[in-house]
Write a protein that binds this ligand. Structure first.
Ligand code: ADP
Ligand code: MG
Length: 392
């Protein structure tokens, strides 16, 4: 179902109006400074557009998982960074209950940031009273927090019932377009590449993708559980022995669609990377662990990826945080970029996968900022923050 977007509101109707914008500024902090601005930058198109049209912009976000007011998780800490990134002063509203006057005093194009929504108990309870307090801060609602859309919270769901129009911001719109339409009606071949630490948590994604994809390439530690399921030994690799049966069932259902790594880069431990070597998947030594896909697998995956017209990738192929075990992940990223140059739609989802391609975002059709929300959306689960928005 397509959702009404900010683009669908007549621009002249935005002038002077207060836009209550739910963003995902749940950014990593160190010593009170933002260490990764990606999520703030991702909301820029929506914020800029609203300011250009003369709206007063009131930003709402959560930060971390506070159990009530907690200075270490106050959004006040990021005001300076947001001001720098937006290039404009940002008014801080410490309490939404007494903030409405401040929102009316904002100049046209002015920006305010409300304190961490999770400081109030009603947020996670999706409480209608907190939603009413939040709704009083704006004249209409824009949801640009795709990463929070899988949670029915007062600032993502209940508020959208009270404050209309309730529309998708540009980031939300893009996420829905590429994770929704593009993967529901894919150009073919449609190849999914899945990796990362575990199959648990991704079983539903695999099941949802299987009927839709032409091939599903498995890497990362997730592959080890599949290798175990076909009777190979995986030494000291990260593996979920209790998921062996699940892996067996998926292999049976997938038939020829499921492609496992031909070989692995192994080492006695992460610290002993100097002793790394490549082995075929059925020759993993008992005293070693798999830390990456090997060269043969990189070539095999690349050949399949560059032929695709739609590629979805979630989960690193190895322990990409610890070079040299980032090589397989890089090879897959390169292959997606090449597929894109040949006309494919390339979509990257997942927190660690997005981190692995940081700085290269422009080379893909879409890099989802959604993390858990992207996976739930792919599974076909309705996201409360999306459902709450008006249909187009
Ligand atoms: P995403 O956040 O993109 O969904 P995951 O959280 O599922 O990805 O997985 C990312 C983690 O998987 C990374 O920390 C990476 O080090 C780990 N990982 C990938 N391959 C391996 C492996 N062979 N052994 C151990 N950890 C791995
Ligand atoms: Mg992760």
């Amino acid at each position: 179902m397509t959702k009404r977007s900010l683009r669908d509101l007549p621009p002249e109707a935005l002038d002077g109006r207060r836009a209550l914008v739910r963003v995902d500024f749940n950014v990593p902090l160190k010593d009170g400074h933002v260490t990764d601005e990606t999520r703030i930058r991702a909301a820029l198109p929506t914020i800029k557009y609203l300011r250009d049209k003369g709206a007063r912009v009131i930003l709402l976000s959560h930060l971390g998982r506070p159990k009530g007011p907690d200075p270490t998780l106050s959004l006040r800490q990021i005001v300076r960074d947001v001001e720098r990134i937006l290039g404009t002063p940002v008014e801080f509203i410490p309490d939404p209950a007494s903030g409405a006057a401040a929102t009316r005093q904002l100049p046209r194009g002015g920006v305010a940031l409300v304190e961490n929504t999770r400081f109030w108990p009603g947020e996670e309870a999706n409480d209608a009273r907190l939603a009413a307090t939040l709704a009083a801060l704006g004249d209409f609602y824009v949801d640009d927090a795709f990463g929070s859309a899988h949670r029915a919270h007062a600032s993502t769901a209940a508020v959208a019932q009270l404050l209309k129009p309730a529309v998708a911001g540009f980031l939300m719109e893009k996420e829905l377009r590429y994770l929704g339409d593009a993967l529901q009606h894919p150009g073919r071949p449609f190849v999914a590449v899945l990796g990362g630490a575990k199959i648990s948590g991704k079983i539903d994604v695999i099941e949802a993708l299987l009927p839709r994809v032409d091939e599903i390439l498995i890497g990362g530690a997730m592959a080890s559980t599949f290798l175990l399921a076909i009777g190979f030994q995986v030494g000291g690799s990260l593996v979920e022995r209790d998921k062996e049966d699940v892996a067996k069932a998926l292999i049976a259902r997938a038939g020829a669609k499921l492609i496992l790594p031909r070989g692995a880069v192994v080492a006695p431990s992460l610290a002993r990377a100097a002793e790394q070597r490549e082995v075929p998947s059925d020759r993993v030594p008992a005293d070693c662990a798999i830390f990456d896909i090997d060269g043969a697998t990189r070539l095999d995956f690349r050949a399949r990826i560059v032929k695709a017209k739609t590629v979805f990738w979630n989960g690193p192929m190895g322990v990409f945080e610890t070079p040299p075990f980032d090589a397989g992940t890089r090879a897959v990223a390169d292959a997606l970029v090449e597929a894109g140059k040949r006309g494919a739609v390339t979509v990257v989802g997942g927190g660690d996968s997005a981190a692995a391609v940081a700085g290269l975002e422009d080379k893909f059709t879409h890099v989802s900022t959604g993390g858990g929300a992207s996976l739930e959306f792919l599974e076909g689960k309705p996201l409360p923050g999306v459902t709450a928005l008006e249909d187009a």
